[in-house]
Design a protein around this ligand. Structure first.
Ligand code: PLP
Length: 407
């Protein structure tokens, strides 16, 4: 396709990254999935169904909203792409609808998924309910505690949520468990992967399903401003909301693409999840990409206040975009992200997901550098209702700390 420079080869290689690194039993199912995906893409009825459910069920197109007060505060024109207004509260549903339609074509009756913050689990449980499929979601035990509201939502939607108690008990372990289930039940089961990660064809497929964000943004900004943005900013966990908004702009070289990773407590070993500020090439969960790891290749521990960004690897297409210098990657810390969260609430009346708050925080942090003619689009990947507990705890912990320092 014309977006050219990052198109993968037929084994899913984005330059030196990507590929298929899985147990042998999964090679044939992944091949089958790739074939079916390409077939679906050429099938007008698949495209029609996808468009229909994105409109009628997910609520697309989402608005491109002019953030007037934030624009004044940072000295540039700032827009939010409102993925937080999608059904279930984040961009995840775009991908889930695409994959569930594929699962249905393939005659699967059972879907499984992994989830970190719970947003992908909720989106999968939602579409599974809608299409009458059995649904099992794997979730780290720690994440289940952090995101109790989303566990409740999934269970009410009829999904079974399985706690995963290995390792750090978060997203990485949940993915491993989901892959184990898939190996065992591959004939009956479709694995709905939640980000632009994993073995081919997932990074390609998830990017394509999420690119609706960038295609809409492009049309909307041309209509509303009569020109392309100068800068697009998105947070990067696995990288699906970022690649979704970046992809339709890759060939527009004047548009700066900026990915914001989780700087956590700072760039020290085990304290962050900024793969491009401390990671190096490695293989994790099916794909070759930038990975946080030690000298022996042991996967590093990660930390972020936002569960959705807390993962040791990044989608392989981002690794290539970074090497090609077509996209830039930076990070903001937990503290800065909390400031971004407050700013979006107070200035715009929008309570953002803590993930999205990282992108907002970056734009605030760089205020001095923006020029009046800069036209910035922030991908507001999700809403923050799921995070209120986290934010409340974080704020009370900090005020306790502040209090003891004063004594
Ligand atoms: C899951 C999630 C993310 C991180 O995932 P990506 O694949 O990097 O987009 C970001 N924001 C929200 C609201 C999420 O739910």
């Amino acid at each position: 396709m014309p977006h050219g420079i990052t198109e993968p080869d037929n084994r899913g290689h984005f330059g030196p990254y990507g590929g298929i690194y899985v147990p042998e039993t999964l090679m044939a199912p992944l091949d089958e999935l790739t074939r079916e995906y390409h077939r679906a893409q050429r099938d007008p009825s698949f495209k029609r169904d996808l468009k229909h459910y994105l409109r009628q069920y997910a609520g697309r197109p989402t608005p491109l909203y002019f953030a007037e007060r934030m624009s004044m505060e940072v000295g540039a024109r700032v827009y939010f792409k409102r993925e937080d207004l999608c059904h279930t509260g984040a961009h995840k549903i775009n991908n889930c609808i695409g994959q569930i339609l594929l699962a249905r074509r393939m005659g699967k009756k059972r879907v499984i998924a992994e989830t970190g913050a719970g947003q992908h689990g909720v989106a999968t449980a939602t579409v599974a309910a809608k299409f009458g499929m059995e649904c099992v979601v794997y979730m780290g035990r720690v994440d289940m505690e952090r995101q109790a509201l989303n566990v409740f939502r999934m269970e009410n939607l009829g999904a079974k949520v399985v706690p995963v108690t290995a390792g750090q008990e978060t997203l990485k372990e949940a993915i491993s468990e989901a892959m184990r289930d898939w190996v065992t039940n591959v004939r009956s089961t479709y694995y709905v992967l939640g980000s632009a990660l994993g073995a081919h064809p997932y990074p390609l497929m998830v990017r394509d399903f999420q690119s609706v964000i960038g295609r809409e943004t492009r049309k909307q900004i041309l209509k509303q401003e009569g020109r392309l943005p100068t800068t697009i900013v998105a947070c990067v966990g696995g990288g699906s909301n970022a690649i979704g908004i970046f992809y339709p702009f890759i060939k527009d070289e004047a548009v700066r693409l900026i990915g914001v990773e989780a700087g956590g407590l700072g760039i020290k070993k085990g304290q962050h999840a900024a793969r491009f500020s401390g990671g190096r090439m490695g293989i994790l969960q099916g794909t070759k990409t930038y990975v946080l790891q030690d000298a022996d290749g042991q996967i590093g521990l990660t930390h972020s206040v936002s569960a959705g960004l807390d993962y040791a690897a990044v989608g392989p297409e981002h690794s290539l975009l970074r090497d090609l210098k077509r996209a830039e990657y930076t990070y903001v810390t937990d503290i800065q992200a909390m400031k971004g969260f407050d700013a979006a609430c107070r200035w715009e009346g929008i309570l953002p997901a803590l993930e999205s708050a990282h992108a907002v925080a970056y734009v605030i942090k760089e205020s001095r550098r923006w020029k009046k003619k800069d036209l910035i689009v922030i991908n507001m990947s999700g809403r923050g209702d799921k995070d209120v507990q986290q934010v409340a705890e974080w704020k009370s912990a900090r005020s306790r700390k502040g209090g003891s320092r004063k004594k």
